[in-house]
Write a protein that binds this ligand. Structure first.
Ligand SMILES: [Zn+2]
Length: 241
């Protein structure tokens, strides 16, 4: 009997491992998807910063062009002013000079603002690009590792199924049938459980005194909890060598 309980315990171990693998393999794609989303979010932010910097540079170039244009205009206007022949011309040229000088000064102020903005954006973009590269590299590695884990998990589950089949075939059909019946009832939960201090270790039902004494006296006999029908094991370590 001891060997049969050991076989049942081994079957339970295999089933537990297979169940854990199923859960893990179901979670893996979700973990990868979450990681992918995180990388995509980082990428969008890098793209946004990049677009801001490009717009900043473009605006600075256009301001610079405008300043140069106004400066050459000013040169001409100052010559024209020297050669003005009437009060009205003087006023008109002065007005235009003033207009262009104001324009240049406004552009220079804006250029300063943009330079300050770029000074913040440039290191931010660099550090976020570096973080993105690290995340992308890690993502690829995790994707590859997940593929290998999936393959290994599938192989382990197939091996477990083959071992379980062998064990069930070698087992007394009565016990094999009991195991399969309990497995149907408790799909993921334990089938074998420890009898601890007179209680079923899972449903916590207090065992009848005579029953409990029997469990302790003949631990290698098949005992089933009268409440939940699970197979009670006294001192389980002896069955899991
Ligand atoms: Zn029980």
């Amino acid at each position: 009997m001891l060997s049969e309980i050991s076989t049942l315990a081994r079957l339970e171990q295999l089933d537990t491992q297979t169940h854990q693998l199923q859960v893990r393999l179901t979670d893996l794609p979700k973990i990868l998807t979450a990681e992918k989303k995180d990388v995509e979010a980082k990428k969008s932010h890098v793209d946004l910063l990049h677009a801001k910097l490009t717009a900043n540079e473009k605006e600075r170039r256009s301001l610079e062009d405008d300043i140069q244009l106004r400066q050459s205009k000013l040169k001409k206007l100052k010559i024209q002013l020297e050669h003005a022949t009437s009060e009205a011309q003087v006023t008109a040229f002065e007005h235009e000079i003033q207009f262009n000088e104001t324009g240049i000064s406004r552009n220079e102020d804006r250029e300063l603002e943009l330079m300050e903005e770029a000074e913040i954006l440039e290191p931010q973009l660099k550090s976020e690009q570096a973080a993105l590269a690290i995340s992308q590299k890690a993502g690829l590695e995790h994707f590859k590792a997940a593929g290998e884990e999936h393959k290994a998990g599938m192989a382990q589950m197939a091996a477990n199924a083959a071992t379980a089949k062998e064990l069930l075939t070698a087992l007394d059909p009565k016990y094999a049938a009991l195991y399969e019946r309990l497995r149907k009832k408790y799909k993921t939960g334990p089938i074998l459980c420890e009898a601890i201090e007179g209680n079923c270790g899972v449903c916590q039902m207090a065992l009848r005194l005579a029953f409990w004494q029997g469990v302790k006296a003949e631990p290698d006999k098949l005992w089933q909890c009268e409440e939940c029908s699970r197979i009670l094991v006294y001192n389980p370590a002896q069955f899991l060598a």
